[in-house]
Design a protein around this ligand. Structure first.
Ligand code: ATP
Ligand code: MG
Length: 348
């Protein structure tokens, strides 16, 4: 549905231009929710604005719904943009217009007949659950309600693609969940393709099918959300995941492990980080490994979570046993699909 090919973008600046994007390649499939995550200044807004050509890249091609936007004239580009809706962090509503009139605006601008506008806006307000608030002004509704207006307005021209630039960043966690739920529902019911950018892994976890991680203007990692959570490759990805699945071990725990290791250097053991996904088989597997290889195992930190219906667990464990048995135990866990990272205790 969306293809970005070798995109670079720079902004004029002094003393040198700002290189905001470099060699970005992305493919977003029809009907998926695709998340782009990165720290502040990584280039997320620059990237999403390339998709509808609000930012024209200095290099590369943008294709959306079969049209190469980068090759279109100004007037055909305007028509092609009707396929692309957008929602924003600060909603961008007109304060002098009611909820109804805000949603009606894009239809008025494209010359739709008033009678048709009324039916379409009624449908949209019903869809986002705001029919009762149609005569209110933006100042008279909550942030979550404003974003619902934003969503209804973005859907007015029946786009194939919805772009979301930090649409939930100004909202509390509960409201964020309800807005993400609405986006998911629209995605499922209408097959709308959604690209959302965020700096919160929580948002990715709740709603995205696939994710790309952007760092200093480059995509450093991408894949299915469950794979990226269980096998993060890049340091930026790990630190973003760490914010919702903390892996830091308390200093007191580390001190205790060090003491254990010093007391019995020949059985000092290893610190392992285990990640498992899918059917939640991590626990029985562990007790099996302990028995089979005669290990002592101490769980230091553990968490089980859910990524859109799939169980995802992470555990930090200290295992002790004969070194040959330890090697076999790690191999056994890996062959059972557990991601095992062996950590040097001195580096913890
Ligand atoms: N209009 C502009 N002119 C010059 N530099 C810009 C402009 N817009 C963005 N930049 C720079 O480009 C880089 C990427 O900015 P961008 O806004 O895309 O980041 P972001 O990931 O969306 O950040 P945030 O999470 O804070 O919104 C930054 O270094 C920023 O300072
Ligand atoms: Mg931004």
């Amino acid at each position: 549905m969306i293809q970005l090919k070798d995109i670079s973008l720079s902004y004029p600046g002094h003393p040198a231009p700002v290189q905001a994007l470099q060699g970005v390649n992305l493919q977003v499939r029809a009907g998926e929710v695709f998340g782009v995550i990165g720290r502040s200044g990584a280039g997320k807004s620059s990237l999403i604005r390339v998709i509808n050509l609000l930012n024209r890249p200095s290099q590369g091609q943008v294709r959306v719904a079969g049209a190469e936007l980068t090759a279109l004239s100004a007037s055909t580009l305007r028509a092609a943009r009707h396929q692309i809706g957008m929602i924003f962090q600060h909603f961008n509503l007109l304060s002098s217009r009611t909820v109804f009139d805000n949603v009606a605006l894009p239809l008025e601008l494209s010359g739709v007949r008033p009678a048709l506008i009324r039916t379409r806006v009624d449908e949209l307000l019903d869809l986002v659950g705001l029919s009762a608030l149609r005569e209110r002004y933006p100042a008279q509704i909550s942030g979550g309600q404003k974003q619902r207006v934003g969503i209804a307005r973005a859907l007015a021209s029946k786009p194939k693609v919805l772009l979301s630039d930090e649409a939930t960043s100004a909202l509390d966690p509960e409201t964020t969940r309800s807005i993400l739920g609405l986006l998911r529902q629209i995605n499922r019911d209408f097959g709308l393709t959604i690209v959302l950018i965020t700096h919160q892994m929580q948002v990715i976890k709740q709603v995205a099918d696939r994710v790309a991680v952007i760092d200093a203007g480059r995509i450093v990692e991408q894949g299915a959300v469950i794979d990226v959570f269980t096998r993060p490759q890049h340091a930026t990805t790990r630190s973003l995941i760490d914010e919702i699945l903390p892996q830091e071990l308390p200093a007191s725990v580390i001190a205790r492990i060090r003491a254990l290791m010093a007391a019995e250097p020949q059985r000092s053991g290893q610190l392992l980080r285990l990640a498992f996904a899918g059917d939640g088989s991590g626990q029985p597997l562990l007790s099996d490994v302990i028995r089979r290889f005669g290990l002592d195992l101490n769980i230091l930190h553990g968490q089980i979570d859910d990524i859109q219906g799939q169980t995802f667990g992470s555990l930090a464990v200290h295992v002790r046993g004969a070194s040959a048995q330890l090697v076999q135990a790690v191999a056994h866990l890996r062959s059972a699909g557990v991601v095992v990272q062996e950590e040097e205790i001195a580096h913890v």
